[in-house]
Each structure stands twice: as structure tokens, then as C-alpha cells.
Design a protein around this ligand. Structure first.
Ligand code: ZN
Ligand code: ZN
Length: 314
């Protein structure tokens, strides 16, 4: 039996797209995700995309995989045993008048039933921008199971690219529809940035001067966010942009506020906060495609700066 360990090996089945299911071994988490083993490095440590738990790859097997693994191993051991017994087959014919014949014949038993299962469908497919691992998760935000990098910046940039594509499509629409598309694009930009920022501050909350406060910062109000980034992390997001870029970002965030809460009609508060000298009270605010395009670029720079500055903190 000693050398069976070397003769028996199993490889776990992957789904139709080549993904392998995994379950976080952390009892508080136990969440399911999938990785594409062909895109993985030979790093033996796996990071849970949801809770950031780090453990050996083998600890992430699902119950189905363990059961399948066991039945595959039994099948192989059974085959090996059968082969060895076959080698021992003999047939001794009776000798003389009262001799006794003995024989050993090995017959195959019924096949061992294999445990069958299907991996689950998940919600977001990601290819890590740092290490190239392909993985899928529930929800959107995640740590890369291979290199551990969080995907918040990657998800933001993906959303901003979609916004820019929509802006290009708006060029062919009639004016009323085009305007609506541009306003929606602005709303999408701010939502994507808010989603990114909340997630970044949440996963970095331990580095903040006030952990609970860091988990509640809204990124829809750019000036409020700036104050809190300075207070909580000692980082001023304004440093990522030129004066003009920063001012136009502040202004377009105020425009978004008007569109979302005041039907886009200019009021005193807007004039005061945005420093917009072209706007007139009680008139509708105007948003151009170019403004939203520049916003996408500025938000991308701002987000990258925040991510890398926070990453430097211990
Ligand atoms: Zn986990
Ligand atoms: Zn990675």
C-alpha cells in the first residue's frame, strides 16, 4: 500500500468556461466564488475576494469538490487493488485421486458511483489588472484571489469607459434625447465614483483616524469628501488635479446635484457653491458632452491618486 500515495492523483473538474468553484474557509464568510486555474500563478495562498481572508489554496475546496475528490480517489485505489490482486491469480489443478484444486480469480465489482455537481453562476466576471487572474464573484467589488489587489479602481474605470461610449452614441441622437443621455451619463459617473469611493474607504477603514466614520463617507458631495479624506486619512484629493480640473469637477458635481434634486433649475446655493458665472437663477442648467467626458478623465485621475495614497498608509 505504501506507494499508493504516489500513484493516486486527481484533478478537480472545472465548469464549461474553465472556472473552478471555491469557498472561503473563514466561518464568518463561507462565500462562494470561482477562479480560472489556467490564468492563475503558482502562488499557493488564496485571498477570499469578499473578506480578504488568506489561506492555502487547498482550504478553499467546496463540499461538492471534497466529495467528488473522495469518490475519485476510491475509484483509483479500487483499480490499483484490482490490478495487484489480478497479479496474484492462480489456478492449482487437483493432483492424484483425492487431490484438491484451488484457484483465485479476480472479478471486477460494480463501478463506484461518482459524485456529480455543477458550479454555480456568479454575477461579475473580472480579469485582475495586476496579475491577470480571471475570477467571478457575487456582487461587484472584490479582492483578487491570487495577488490580493482590490478591484474598486478597475470597476470604476470600466464604468467610466461605458459612460464615454454612451456619450459618443449621444452624438447621433436628436437634441432632446442627446441632452437626456448626457445628463444620465453625468449621473452614472457620480454613482460609479460614489460606489468606488465608499468601497475604497470601507476596505481601508482600519487605516483611518476614525474607522466607523470612514465607512460612511459619501462621494456624491466632492467638497465634503475632500474634507473627510483630509480628516480621516491625511490625503487631499485635490492634489491629483490642476486648479482648473478641480474647479470644473466641483462645478459639475453641483450641476449633478441640481439635476437630481431640483429638476436642473439653478438656485442661490448652486451659484454660491459652484462659482459658475454663466448660470442664471431660475433657468435650467446646461451640461455638455465635453464636460462629462472631462469629468470621466478627472475622476479616473482622482480615484487613482486616492487608491495609491491610501495604499501607502500602514
Ligand atoms: Zn471570505
Ligand atoms: Zn490579481
Amino acid at each position: 500500500m505504501e506507494d499508493y500515495e504516489e500513484k493516486v492523483s486527481i484533478s478537480l473538474p472545472v465548469d464549461s468556461e474553465g472556472y473552478l468553484g471555491r469557498v472561503c474557509p473563514n466561518n464568518q464568510c463561507k462565500m462562494y466564488f470561482k477562479i480560472h486555474p489556467e490564468s492563475a500563478s503558482d502562488n499557493e495562498t488564496c485571498t477570499c475576494p469578499y473578506c480578504g481572508n488568506k489561506a492555502h489554496n487547498n482550504d478553499y475546496a467546496t463540499d461538492d469538490q471534497s466529495e467528488t475528490g473522495n469518490s475519485l480517489i476510491f475509484e483509483q485505489i479500487n483499480d490499483l487493488l484490482e490490478k495487484e490482486l489480478k497479479n496474484m491469480e492462480f489456478d492449482i489443478k487437483p493432483k492424484g485421486d483425492f487431490g484438491l484444486g484451488v484457484s483465485l480469480k479476480v472479478k471486477s465489482g460494480p463501478p463506484i458511483p461518482l459524485h456529480h455537481y455543477q458550479e454555480k453562476q456568479l454575477e461579475t466576471k473580472i480579469e485582475c489588472s495586476k496579475c491577470g487572474l480571471k475570477y467571478t464573484v457575487y456582487g461587484v467589488f472584490a479582492f483578487c484571489p491570487d495577488c490580493g489587489q482590490h478591484n474598486s479602481l478597475q470597476i470604476l474605470n470600466r464604468s467610466l469607459e461605458v459612460v464615454q461610449k454612451l456619450l459618443t452614441i449621444s452624438e447621433d441622437a436628436e437634441p432632446e434625447i442627446a441632452n437626456k443621455m448626457i445628463e444620465n451619463a453625468l449621473e452614472d459617473c457620480v454613482s460609479a465614483f460614489d460606489g468606488f469611493g465608499r468601497e475604497l474607504f470601507k476596505v481601508s477603514a482600519k487605516k483611518a483616524s476614525d474607522e466607523e466614520k470612514a465607512k460612511k463617507v459619501s462621494f456624491q458631495n466632492i467638497l465634503g469628501m475632500q474634507r473627510k479624506a483630509i480628516e480621516l486619512f491625511g490625503i487631499d484629493p485635490q492634489n491629483s488635479l490642476t486648479r482648473n480640473e478641480w474647479d470644473s469637477t466641483v462645478m459639475i458635481f453641483q450641476k449633478r446635484h441640481l439635476l437630481s434634486h431640483k429638476m436642473g433649475v439653478v438656485d442661490e446655493e448652486y451659484i454660491q457653491k459652484s462659482q459658475d458665472r454663466t448660470a442664471r437663477i431660475r433657468r435650467k442648467i446646461k451640461v455638455s458632452k465635453e464636460e462629462v467626458n472631462s469629468l470621466c478623465e478627472n475622476l479616473s485621475k482622482l480615484a487613482e491618486y486616492l487608491s495609491s495614497e491610501i495604499a501607502k498608509l500602514s
